[in-house]
Design a binder for this molecule. Structure first.
Ligand code: AMP
Length: 302
């Protein structure tokens, strides 16, 4: 069993599991051997953003579990569940070559009993932004993440800053429900031209892909204005909106400067505040964000 994060990924053979019992068996074995367990939950169609979370998990643990599960509970009735991109073979190859030790790919039936009666819902932090636009989304996310935590029982779990509100809610769940693990949040991984990596980028036509660059450019305008000394959230948002409004067919759901802990809009922007952005480019909804006062592009995970 590998015990150090410096082991070459290729030297580690990846196991796969489709059932809760198999995950418990595999993780139980390595835990008895003293391994610290890291966990990266995903919905698959893996890209470099997901794989950097694996790097961070490897850095922070001895044995890395990744889950790939397109969670129906977090999709609204009119959302893209049925056509969400999937590539099981490609994902397994990427996960294995990046050093995942155990890949958990449960079916919907394995995860959810037909008579399930309990879910995890937020009592705050989900009122605005994604929570407002996608009712029920975060209950779906928190429920599946809580279940996955209970199945894998990791020591550390890694999430992406890309889904800022989600990471904030997961941290809050761990705190408020005394879940015994550590949460790490890894920076956003971007394409060379600035577009935040996302499984949903595959929906974009070449022209939409070009227009989607306005999201990162808008956030860049916000952080540039902040770096130049602007502290008014209204002025910062206006700097971003100018970029977005100049692009055709980019419909902004929200652009706001918020407290990183309460996710409420701030009266004055300070370093550490987050600019949260969601916009539709054609039929595709994209999320991006930037933390004010941090280097752009965001530094990568060690
Ligand atoms: P998903 O498969 O979209 O549910 O994402 C799984 C995890 O990967 C979540 O914690 C996301 O925040 C994270 N993630 C997705 N895209 C990126 C990205 N471009 N950079 C960093 N993390 C990401």
């Amino acid at each position: 069993m590998p015990t150090t994060a410096s082991d070459a990924p290729a030297a580690r053979a990846m196991r796969t599991a489709a059932t809760v019992a198999d995950v418990r068996r595999a993780v139980g074995e390595v835990r008895r051997g003293g391994a610290r367990v890291g966990f990266v939950p995903t919905m698959g169609f893996l890209h470099e953003g997901h794989l950097r979370l694996v790097d961070a998990a490897r850095h922070a643990s001895d044995y890395v579990v990744m889950s790939i599960f397109v969670n129906p509970l977090q999709f609204g009735p009119t959302e893209d569940l049925a056509r969400y991109p999937r590539d099981p073979e490609g994902d397994a190859a990427k996960a294995a070559s990046r050093g995942v030790d155990l890949l958990f790919t449960p079916s919907v039936e394995e995860m959810y009993a037909a008579n399930r009666a309990v879910s995890v819902t937020a009592t705050g932090l989900d009122r605005r932004w994604e929570g407002e636009i996608r009712p029920g989304h975060f209950a779906g996310v928190l429920t599946v993440v809580c279940k996955l935590f209970n199945v894998v029982q990791p020591d550390v779990a890694v999430f992406g800053q890309k889904d800022f509100q989600q990471a904030t809610l997961v941290r809050a769940m761990v705190r408020d429900l005394d879940v015994p693990l550590e949460i790490l949040v890894a920076p956003i991984v971007r394409e060379a031209d600035g577009l935040a990596m996302s499984s949903r980028n595959v929906y974009l036509s070449p022209d939409e892909r070009r227009r989607a660059l306005s999201l990162s450019r808008a956030l860049r305008a916000v952080t540039d204005a902040f770096d130049a000394g602007e502290r008014s959230p209204v002025a910062l948002v206006a700097a971003g909106r100018r970029v977005l409004d100049a692009e055709s067919d980019v419909r902004v759901d929200y652009l706001a400067v918020v407290s990183p802990t309460t996710l409420e809009p701030v009266a004055r922007a300070e370093a550490g505040a987050a600019a949260l952005l969601a916009a539709r480019v054609g039929a595709t909804r994209l999320l991006d964000n930037a933390v004010l006062g941090e280097a752009w592009p965001a530094p990568t995970v060690p």
